[in-house]
Design a protein around this ligand. Structure first.
Ligand SMILES: [Zn+2]
Length: 75
């Protein structure tokens, strides 16, 4: 399977490690490799909210802060 992994600036509150975003065919996973703790959201649903097709912009910051909040919240 072809996975895209991106490290983000946010840190894991549990271990202090860098958090990462992992993308597969249908989901975006957000979490910590060291803790093996991830939350996931459907790509389609995130795209609807964070991609502005008119101006061809992707609100990366908005996406990361939402996923980080979910992660802190425990998924
Ligand atoms: Zn961690």
């Amino acid at each position: 399977m072809d996975l895209t992994v991106v490290e983000v600036a946010n840190r894991c509150p549990l271990c202090g490690g860098a958090l990462e975003i992992v993308e597969d065919r249908s989901y975006i996973w957000f979490g910590c490799r060291r803790c093996m703790r991830y939350v996931k959201r459907e790509k389609r649903e995130l795209a609807r909210r964070y991609v502005d097709y008119a101006s061809r912009r992707f609100d990366w910051r908005g996406l990361v802060s939402e996923l980080y909040a979910v992660y802190l919240d425990g998924g």
